[in-house]
Design a protein around this ligand. Structure first.
Ligand code: DC
Length: 222
């Protein structure tokens, strides 16, 4: 069974996908973590992530490895576990940029397809239903209104003690949406055969239940 979940930043894809995959007892591949790992590798190597040629050259040399352990997904580059450093604003900005480069996408898509070929899997990202798994058994486009996505992100910052103005969070989120939707290679868009799940009015449990209901309808599982 292959499940594709795509959608814009802050729709709750990763956490919802995790809970759904757990309920189905299948692996979840967070493909955004792989683009984040490329972004972080650039920052660590002192490479300007605006420099497509340099980033592509670095990406060709990277050995990326994803392991699923009891505490979740671990993303390794050249044997080093980068998982703990992937969720910062600096890495988000770098990841969004490097994900626009054709060479980077080619390498990541191939790695994701190889991982998904081995076992039942739920993948979440931006181009899973349109590019990585065009023949997925179920495709879900998970979204929510921009203001609500920004509000959730802002609450996460508050919880971590980071006092970022709401307007800044909303502006960054909309800028990243634009970058993801308007890039030339495999932009974020809803696959024609995807089912839309809008979580604007749903809490976490409601969102998980809505996604599971779509999967049950399509496959009889869940
Ligand atoms: O889902 P995320 O925020 O962790 O993803 C990080 C960046 O990677 C985001 O800017 C979009 C990009 N991405 C992508 O282009 N294709 C994917 N399949 C997953 C993520």
């Amino acid at each position: 069974m292959k499940i594709a979940i795509d959608g814009p930043v802050g729709a709750g894809k990763s956490t919802i996908a995790d809970a759904v995959a757990n309920a189905l007892n299948i692996l979840h591949l967070d493909t955004g973590a792989m683009y984040r790992a490329v972004g972080l590798s650039c920052l660590k190597a002192g490479i300007d992530y605006e420099d497509e040629a340099a980033v592509t050259a670095l990406c060709e040399k990277l050995e990326m490895d994803v392991r699923h352990e009891a505490d979740g997904q671990h993303t390794l580059v050249n044997g080093e576990d980068l998982t703990g450093g992937l969720r910062t604003e600096a890495v988000s900005a770098a990841a969004s940029r490097v994900a626009t480069y054709a060479g980077v996408r080619r390498a990541m898509v191939a790695a994701q397809q190889a991982l998904a070929a081995k076992t039942d899997m739920l993948l979440d990202g931006r181009d899973i239903g349109t590019r990585v798994l065009p023949d997925a058994d179920v495709k879900i486009y998970l979204t929510a209104a921009a203001g609500e996505r920004a509000r959730r992100r802002w609450l996460e910052y508050q919880k971590k003690g980071q006092d970022v103005p709401f307007e800044e969070v909303l502006r960054d989120l909309e800028a990243r949406d634009r970058q993801d939707m308007n890039r030339e290679v495999d932009p974020l868009r809803q696959a024609e055969d995807a089912v839309v799940v809008d979580t604007t009015e749903l809490d976490f449990d409601g969102s998980v239940a809505a996604v599971l209901a779509v999967i049950r309808e399509a496959t009889g599982r869940g």
